[in-house]
Design a protein around this ligand. Structure first.
Ligand code: FAD
Length: 154
């Protein structure tokens, strides 16, 4: 049974590129082994992650992540059975962006700030899809989307 899990957390320190790289390197190894796929977003010390895969593998991965001392305040936003994956080829794609003055964020925020703890499950899924589409377009056109600061492809 395939499931999709979305959670938010808050980084315990400002994350450097090297800190993020360590997380991604480990994620890609572990997730590939379990066929877990997804997307990790980072903005203003918020993490926003989607994990997809077999229920047992997603649950185990989430429990491991939630116990990680590099972040805290994990809140599960959505957990659903799904027929297909949103990110079938991404063992863990990563996007960093600025939460303020960002037209993508503006559509999901009443005050223009990125406040993912306020997201409903529907908003979280819609936001993830929008980011994924922006990445897909940029991959086709080789042009960096204005709303995203940095991203690493698989
Ligand atoms: P090891 O890498 O050997 O780690 C052993 C223990 O040390 C674990 O408890 C680990 O959390 C802790 N640890 C490792 N490095 C550090 C460090 N630099 N600082 C403090 N403690 C550390 N893992 C995945 O497999 N898939 C993911 O998609 C994924 N996403 C993540 C997203 C976020 C926001 C964060 C913070 C972490 C994520 N991780 C992910 C990492 C995850 O939390 C575990 O650290 C990792 O899965 C443990 O891998 P391991 O079992 O091989 O143990």
């Amino acid at each position: 049974m395939l499931v999709r899990l979305i959670y938010i957390s808050y980084s315990n320190t400002e994350m450097s590129d090297e800190n993020i790289k360590q997380i991604l390197d480990k994620s890609k190894i572990n997730n590939s082994a379990k066929k877990v796929t997804g997307l990790l977003l980072y903005s203003d010390r918020y993490f926003f992650q989607c994990l997809e895969g077999e229920r047992r593998d997603v649950n185990q991965t989430y429990l491991r992540i939630a116990a990680d001392p590099r972040h805290s305040k994990c809140v599960l936003i959505d957990y659903s059975e799904v027929n297909s994956r949103l990110f079938p080829t991404w063992s863990m794609n990563f996007v960093a962006f600025s939460g303020s003055d960002n037209e993508m964020v503006l559509r999901y925020s009443e005050n223009g700030l990125f406040q993912p703890y306020d997201f409903s499950a529907g908003q979280a899924n819609a936001f993830l899809l929008e980011v994924a589409n922006a990445i897909a377009i940029s991959n086709r056109t080789e042009e960096k989307p204005k709303s995203l600061l940095a991203w690493f492809k698989d």
